[in-house]
Ligand binder design. Structure first.
Ligand code: FAD
Length: 281
């Protein structure tokens, strides 16, 4: 197997709600620093529900580590003024990377859709207001976004985000590597040449994985779902099996040219470190 040496590894966190969670995340981040990640990203609650915690968390990473912090920024329900204030705050704190997203309205949300309809408008806005200051990441969907009208429309809108100024993309997670290679082929045919980094979701809990995958439109293939279902009450065996599956997935992605891996860490270090160890990177 030949794997490129200039891989981009990045790690995603969610902002902890409590001080205790923040202390734990600090430990997790320090453990993951051995990977020399391109950045640590921090999610942003839809409708701005974690706005302050995201800000606090990225500020700490940026100030206390040698690695870049990348806030996720979702625009649904937001205004131009609000997004501009956030961008100014990030600039003032030396943050240079942003994961620009539309986001999803929380269920039962009665707020207005706001002044942005889609992520391409957010990317355009960031470029209009801050020029080339930020490295902008956007989301990509190897198994298509759950609201996509058609394969062509999904690809057209992705291309639109790239043309608006995205520098690279991170994918929704998937367990079928062919879905990723298909996306890459489609993008290449459309002249898109930005790095598209596969998002890697650990397999640690059957119920959670199935529930979350149904919501975000990620397919858990039948062979995998059945096996996980059999192991659902045996946490250790399920997690061992999950690690094997994820390691094989990453091996194949890297061997066939993926430019890196973005780990959805769930604020834990061990899983990501073990996968990297098994990949001998
Ligand atoms: P868009 O690119 O706007 O696409 C959304 C849908 O609209 C798609 O179906 C697309 O085909 C369609 N569309 C796009 N542009 C247009 C257009 N111009 N006209 C008509 N239709 C269009 N969510 C959070 O709330 N917080 C996070 O921190 C977060 N982090 C994420 C990180 C990654 C790597 C990924 C993959 C997803 C993340 N999400 C997060 C989830 C994401 O916000 C949702 O998947 C959301 O539904 C779509 O966001 P988007 O930026 O892909 O939207």
């Amino acid at each position: 197997m030949s794997i490129q040496s200039n891989l981009t590894i990045s790690c995603e966190f969610f902002p902890p709600r409590t001080d205790k969670g923040m202390v734990k995340l600090r430990e997790t981040r320090k453990q993951l620093e051995v990977l020399k990640p391109a950045f640590f990203s921090v999610t942003f609650g839809a409708g701005g529900s974690t706005q302050e915690k995201t800000f606090e968390t990225v500020k700490e990473i940026q100030q206390q580590s040698d690695f870049d912090a990348a806030p996720h920024l979702s625009c649904i329900g937001s205004t131009h003024d609000n997004i501009l204030k956030l961008l100014e705050g990030y600039q003032a704190n030396g943050i240079r990377q942003i994961v620009a997203l539309r986001g999803d309205a929380p269920s039962g949300w009665a707020g207005s859709i706001g002044e942005f309809q889609h992520a391409n408008e957010l990317v355009e806005f960031i470029r209009a207001k801050t020029g080339s200051y930020f490295h902008i990441e956007v989301a990509a969907y190897p198994e298509f976004h759950p609201q996509s009208r058609s394969v062509k429309a999904d690809l057209d809108f992705f291309v639109q985000k790239v043309q608006a100024g995205a520098d690279s993309a991170i994918t929704q997670y998937f367990y079928n590597p062919d879905a990723y290679f298909n996306l890459i082929n489609n993008c290449t045919q459309r002249g898109v040449d930005i790095p598209i980094i596969p998002g890697i979701m650990p397999i640690t809990n059957y119920e959670q994985l199935i529930r979350f995958s149904d919501i975000c439109g990620a397919e858990v293939p039948r062979w995998l779902r059945k096996r996980l279902e059999d192991l659902r009450d045996d946490t250790k065996s399920l997690q061992d099996f999950g690690l094997d599956v994820i390691t094989r997935l990453c091996e194949r992605l890297l061997a066939e040219g993926a430019p890196g891996l973005h780990f959805y860490t769930l604020n834990k270090a061990d899983y990501t470190l073990e996968v990297i160890k098994r990949l001998s990177l």
